[in-house]
Design a protein around this ligand. Sequence first.
Ligand code: 8GP
Length: 829
Amino acid sequence: KAGFSGAKTERMFELMDGFLKNDPVSLQKDILHHVEYTVARSRFSFDDFEAYQALSHSVRDRLIERWHDTQQHFKKKDPKRLYFLSLEFLMGRSLSNSVINLGIKDQCAEALSQLGFEYEVLAEQEGDAALGNGGLARLSACQMDSLATLDFPAWGYGLRYQYGLFRQIIIDGFQHEQPDYWLNFGNPWEIERVHVSYPVKFYGSVKEEVVNGKKCKVWIPGETVEAVAYDNPIPGYGTRNTINLRLWAAKPSEGLDIESYNTGDYINAIVNRQKAEIISNVLYPDDRSYQGKELRLKQQYFFVSASLQDIVRRFKDMHNNFDEFPDKVALQLNDTHPSISVVELMRMLLDEEHLSWKRSWNIVCKVFTFTTHTVLPEALEKVPMDLFETVLPRHLQIIYDINFAFMEELKNKIGKDYVRLSRMSIVEEGAVKNIRMANLSIVCSHTVNGVSRAHSELLKTRVFMDFYELWPEKFQYKTNGVTQRRWIVVSNPSLCALISKWLRTESWIHDVDLLTHLKNHASNPELQHEWKMVKKINKMRLAEYIETMSGVKVSLDAMFDVQIKRIHEYKRQFLNILGVIHRYDCIKNMEESDRRKVVPRVCIIGGKAPPGYEIAKKIIKLCHAVAEKINNDTDIGDLLKLVFIPDYNVSVAELVIPGSDLSQHISTAGHEASGTGSMKFLMNGCLLLATADGSTNEIIEEIGAENMFIFGAKMNEVPKLREKESTIKAPLQFRRVVRMVRDGYFGFKDYFKSLCDTVENGKDFYLLGSDFTSYLEAQAAADRAYVDKEKWCKMSVLSTAGSGRFSSDRTIEDYAEKTWGIKPCKLPL
Ligand code: 8GP
């Protein structure tokens, strides 16, 4: 109350009842209130979905209380804040996560059961918020959870796409894409802020004017679109801190378009305005290269411009000297998608705040940090210069100026090494000139990092070698992590209870290093018994799901072997399928006595192929074709099943991961920047079969190679193997299984030809052939280990026990200290 006064304020305080209460009766009252007044249904007749809506609104009310208090607190304390700029956030469901973080799951369940509803059933009513493609986007979501839990003064900024990532439907084994209009049934988790909106300019021309006796550039836009804020509260666990994810939606600008109205074409004028909304309509599916797409550039600039206007406004509310900006603001570039923000901030400081170039540049260089998430050169974004010139004419001028200064500085350091200068230039010369967004980000950021130790090494020695030589101090490494709240507490409640029981505390939920104490109990028969029961319950859940989705009945005694991730050649789902074919072939040709020794397997593959990626789509079809053959072969029975799980997304992962025994992370070494799926499996006590790629190298250090199944060429061996590829014959077993596909054993002979071509005739770029033998050996080792139930269970416990290092809490603490320079700002209880 301190600081508030006046009769009106006094009255406000008198009318307050204190915080909303979390006991079941108070929750029931709130739920019924929302049934009647928000959902507008009778309290005597409402269904599961309406109950979900009412429950969500009740939970949201509690989030809003905390959200308000957190924002007030941040405002009062005025700490340095982190702004996390990302074009993608893969949040998944909010209800289940919110009730866990608020600590009200049991109360909600009790409240609902007295009203005749089941909490779990209602939680299933929620669709996924899928505003992202894959690893990068889910990582952003995990990091938001950790930022809130660790009380950091942070906000996320992104785009509120009307259509999220496409839904994958499978018809006759082929992937088809369907739009994901996720807002169709409303979204109780967002708060529309009609009054928080900013104009975002595009196109037009740049003029020079004299303002206060100084020459200034003035950008006269050709189009203005309004960015409207939608706030999504992100609650921390075990704290009242609730941070914000602000997503922008494009709306037609209010400004009068005299020209169109004068022509008398009123309808067309309105239709044209409405086109503004296209900007935030649809998430670009990962097509590995967005080069030259005008809408993509507009999306990037739109969200960046609105976010920076918001950030600068907040800063100016409290400060009037821009030199303090870097003490109050850290701006994180999540890959190159928001990179245009470095230029936009420069433009705002120069053209709107009228700061000198030197002062503006000094500020920009102190606020930005850049994380890259890929090793694939084709994924490094480039924007054609003429496109830039048309859409953002003033920005192109500024880029030229930044590049000119950079090139001058570089010449002073390295002399006239023109080849190197041209490699490092922000502007790529050639028939089509391009702006290299990664180079721009590195030049303007004070730190650059990869997402695992191995990835950061690759950046230093290959991808950004020139820059590393120039500014070694800029380069850091940060290993990714995932949140144990979502990936154990929400998705595996039985395991969560077991861990808390054996550790005699729930503190591991925010202090995940405590998991290491599970090691002491890894061989304890009592724990092992409970551990196996938990796994069995989760496998039952998964088996039911598989039967519903694909009609295939699977045996719970079989080893559930899972590979779920985006479909890509480098992730080598094809290798997995060829391994399955080999297993099938072996079983078919076995004596009956040997068959009895076979460890039954259920091989599960799931993932979406980028819509324009033909080979990835063929891999999905192959999986179905092989599954068709194997699953209907009565000779094989339960010894082997292959299942493709359609429309893989966050909530499907929550179901599949806890029910897995073995999971595969088998990218060609040197291609997966980090990988985060492996960390989720690890937390759930699932054993990993993996190559020494990305973060797996660090997982090996924690878990020990003896508790995993590691195979394949190492990162440093890959280039040499590639050189020899055309001269070395792939192993016989490999050639045999590829031939089966080629010869039409699974049908679709012509269709699979180009897929087979990618691994034969000296063109096996991802080295499936050369890794095949060691892959089969690793699989055989997994079979042997599975037979020894005690040993397997111990390895499983040790996997969970060693997973603490891969929590996003650790990652975020590391970024906060070494990259962003921010400190916790905890709301008092
Ligand atoms: C992914 C990396 O492929 C993965 O190894 C890493 O774990 C993850 O980022 C999080 O760091 N990269 C992407 O998802 C990515 O580059 N996405 C762009 C296409 C949008």
